[in-house]
Design a binder for this molecule. Structure first.
Ligand code: ADP
Ligand code: MG
Length: 688
């Protein structure tokens, strides 16, 4: 291309532009209308416009700083141009009588509208029309050393050869939906005519943008389908027998809900095949995922396979150890756990018993997949609360799960373990179908019977005394309560301080209660001993940081107080609240807020107050925050699409599915091209 030196190429690469195609997909952030001239009288504050004016007067004044004020007029009014930085040369140019073509966003000044540092060019009466363009002016995302002008010139060059990028979507289908072809869409987005709606171009509901978003989402979806296809060649151990599982289910103190029974049946079918299962189990907080996981592990055990059961925290790992031990020991199943504290002999003996196959189910954090942890015959990997693991980590876990099996050649060396991934953060169905297309999904959409709704109230911090009375009342009746002090700050230390201070204050106010404290700085042994006392009802009130957010299960606890609730996200509030309402007693959750509530904080708190349905909360979360959070990719930003925005474009998800089918049956040669076009090296990350 003309105008791309090596140096420029380097700079463009910083904008991820290395090919013509990249340039075309580098879309404007916004547009400026320089196709017409707006009279001063018709300007509105905040709306950028182009003016043709004559300089009336020019003054340099000293207020707080040196300022050049230029009074200009046209036949409809007068206004001021204000410059804080200006050269002598500029001062000499802007003399009375000089015509200017200016562009800028007016704001209200002292007496009239004013433009601060407008772009302008000097005009001599006759050459006005040559300064007007017939297209809206695109403003691109830029970077140091790459100016708008450069990007415009480069895109101009590419846009005259529209067939640079191949149309990969079926034309008749696009026409049916009223969507433009790829070249039309690109033309419109880079150089819109003045009659296009600026708002819809920028907001993203313009057909041209939708068309590109659709194609991008389709490419992601196809890459997942492809991955799934590739998996169909993989082999796993199969676990066909069900008799031990039947005994397990009969031995439980409760009967599986219909939803649990259905999901167990789905998993059983997968496990009995010799292809590795990859199943995402979604179930709201408290819906009883642990027993489903246990049922799967029992089935694997009967087939002589080992299970690795992974939890995001040691606290939760230990709780699972207790639960599973109590359920499974009588069935002759050996459950063990491996934690950071198991060192020396304790670790060695566990590892030996694991390698010999004596341990059937090993529970732990991701430390389970450290070097030196060798299974005898790993057949099932269960990942609990997977949304707590980062995307990257999940990917590694999955790969590790495979390596563990493959690295250690025994007789059935190339067989891969089945994987069950569990999450309490539900993903709306359409989203899951598109972005978890490489997984099977199961949903537990029912809570165990007898659960009472959790009465949720939003309360100002100024009514703390009443809240403390509530706690006293509940604890007098033998019930237990949580008091959560969430992250005030990113600093662990501050969070710790807040929790410690709160504990001290509460102890002063409630001297008759036994109050415990658990926080992230405690060693896991300390944490567990506190949790064990709470579980055993030796502690009435547990003051905690958000370490208790996931998984903790103490059914006798029926009151939850969350301080600074306004700072927490919806998913987190829902998770925290889910710590209560686990028994048959009526529970309550009190959300304390300290400061004036912002609009979005208000929206979050009323959502939590109004509904307890995790799916409904997820839907609203999707609206409020976008999908990054839901897909667990926010921290790492790995599901970064260039053009599509899954929450804004969620109506396109249905079309994505349809197109995937059409391409698969009629135009399969496009599939790889689409994936290459949009994903390049990124596709590795879009996995659970
Ligand atoms: P989560 O899905 O949040 O992990 P858990 O597995 O911790 O939920 O289950 C929550 C509580 O409900 C536990 O105390 C568990 O023993 C209990 N539970 C699970 N399934 C049932 C059932 N079918 N009937 C009654 N209680 C159940
Ligand atoms: Mg759980």
């Amino acid at each position: 291309m003309r105008g791309v030196s090596d140096k420029m190429a380097e700079k463009l690469a910083r904008l991820a532009i290395v090919s013509l195609q990249d340039l075309l997909f580098h879309l404007p952030l916004r547009y400026e209308d320089r196709t017409r001239i707006t009279p001063i009288g018709a300007m509105k504050p905040g709306l950028a416009a182009q003016l043709l004016v004559t300089v009336e007067a020019s003054d340099v004044v000293f207020r707080r700083r040196r300022t050049m004020l230029v009074k200009v007029s046209d036949s409809s009014g007068v206004m001021t141009l204000r410059f804080f930085h200006f050269s002598n040369y500029q001062k000499q140019q802007l003399v009375p009588g000089q015509q200017l073509l200016c562009f800028g966003e007016p704001r209200r000044g002292a007496n009239s509208l004013e433009l601060v540092h407008p772009e302008y060019s000097l005009i001599s009466g006759t050459d006005v029309p040559t300064h007007l363009t017939d297209r809206l002016t695109p403003i691109y995302p830029a970077t140091e050393g790459v100016q708008q002008r450069t990007l415009r010139k480069l895109t101009d060059q590419v846009l005259v050869h529209p067939d640079q990028v191949k149309e990969l979507l079926p034309a008749d289908q696009l026409a049916d939906w009223g969507l433009p072809s790829l070249t039309e869409a690109l033309q419109t987005l880079h150089r819109p005519t003045p009659d296009e709606s600026l708002g819809s171009l920028v907001e993203g509901d313009h057909p041209a943008r939708q068309r590109l978003a659709l194609e991008e989402m389709l490419a992601y979806h196809l890459s997942l389908l492809l991955r799934r296809q590739q998996r169909s060649h993989e082999r796993a151990f199969s676990a066909p027998d069900e008799s031990l599982q039947t005994r397990f289910l009969a031995s439980l103190p409760f009967k599986a809900t219909d939803a649990q029974a259905r999901v167990i049946a789905e998993i059983n079918l997968d496990l009995s095949r010799n292809q590795p299962m990859l199943r995402l189990l979604q179930g709201d907080v408290g819906s009883g995922k642990t027993m489903v996981a246990a049922a799967a592990a029992v089935k694997a055990t009967q087939a002589g396979l080992q299970t690795a059961f992974m939890a995001p925290t040691e606290l939760l790992a230990e709780q699972h150890l207790k639960t599973l031990t109590s359920w499974l020991t009588d069935l002759g199943i050996t459950v063990e756990w491996l934690a950071g504290r198991h060192k020396g002999k304790a670790r060695k003996s566990r590892l030996e018993r694991l390698a010999s196959g004596e341990i059937n189910i090993l529970i732990g954090t991701h430390a389970l997949f450290q070097d030196g942890v060798d299974f005898h015959k790993l057949g099932l990997v269960i990942i609990d609360e997977q949304h707590r693991f980062g995307v990257h980590q999940r990917l590694t876990l999955r790969e590790k799960g495979r390596e563990v099996a493959v690295d250690h050649p025994r007789s059935e060396a190339t067989l891969l373990p089945h994987q069950l991934v569990m999450t309490a953060t539900p993903i709306p169905r359409s989203l899951a179908m598109t972005f978890y297309a490489d997984l099977e999904t199961s949903v537990i959409d029912e809570l165990p019977p007898g659960r009472q709704p959790i009465a949720t109230a939003v309360i100002s911090d100024s009514r703390r005394d009443q809240v403390i009375e509530r706690i006293a009342g509940a604890c007098q009746q033998g019930r237990q309560a949580y008091w959560v002090c969430p992250l005030i700050d990113d600093s662990d230390t501050l969070q710790l301080q807040a929790a410690t201070t709160t504990r001290d204050l509460l102890q002063l106010a409630l001297p008759e209660l036994t109050i415990g404290l658990v926080h992230g700085r405690m060693s896991s042994t300390e944490k567990e001993s506190v949790m064990a006392s709470f579980s055993g009802n030796q502690i009435d009130l547990l003051v905690a940081t958000t370490v208790i957010e996931v998984g903790v299960d103490v059914p006798n606890a029926s009151l939850m107080v969350i301080e600074n609730a306004e700072r927490l996200g919806l998913a987190q509030l829902h998770q925290l609240r889910g710590r209560v309402g686990r028994g048959s007693e009526a529970s309550a959750c009190l959300l304390l807020y300290a400061s004036e509530l912002s609009g979005s904080a208000q929206a979050r708190l009323s959502t939590i107050r109004e509904t307890q349905d995790g799916f409904e909360i997820a839907r609203r979360d999707l609206k409020l925050r976008g999908p990054g959070e839901l897909l667990g990719t926010r921290q790492t930003g790995e599901l970064q699409m260039r053009i599509a925005d899954i929450s804004r474009d969620s109506e396109l998800l249905g079309k994505v599915q349809q197109l995937a089918k059409i391409l698969d049956s009629q135009q399969s040669s496009s599939i790889n091209l689409l994936i290459q076009r949009w994903l390049k090296g990124a596709d590795n990350y879009i996995k659970v």
